[in-house]
Design a protein around this ligand. Structure first.
Ligand code: SF4
Length: 96
């Protein structure tokens, strides 16, 4: 299995780390359609079960996919994170 670096800007996720890194060992990405069938009860460990029940699913655009490993961070965010992310969000918005 290839090593993969996952970058993510969802800074209130339990697995998010400074530098916009995802620190989860495994994540599950699926289509919004499948994700909505399992609002808060699906993660990487459930991949085989979901694939068996629903088969492979297709998306027509990245806007139709979601990370099902997301978990709301319960401890405090690192100091300065909100301002940093707001600045990056502004920067990204200015490019489009
Ligand atoms: S689990 Fe998903 S939402 Fe959370 S940091 Fe990783 S990629 Fe982002």
């Amino acid at each position: 299995m290839p090593q993969l670096e996952v970058y993510c800007t969802v800074c209130n996720c339990h697995y998010w780390a400074e530098g916009e890194h995802c620190t989860a060992e495994k994540i599950l990405i699926t289509t919004d359609r499948i994700g909505q069938l399992y609002p808060e009860s699906l993660d990487a460990a459930d991949t085989a079960t979901v694939a068996r029940q629903h088969g492979a699913s297709e998306a027509d655009a990245c806007m139709e996919t979601c990370c099902k490993t997301f978990r709301v961070r319960t401890n405090r965010r690192p100091a300065g994170t909100p301002q940093k992310m707001e600045g990056k969000a502004r920067e990204l918005a200015a490019r489009h």
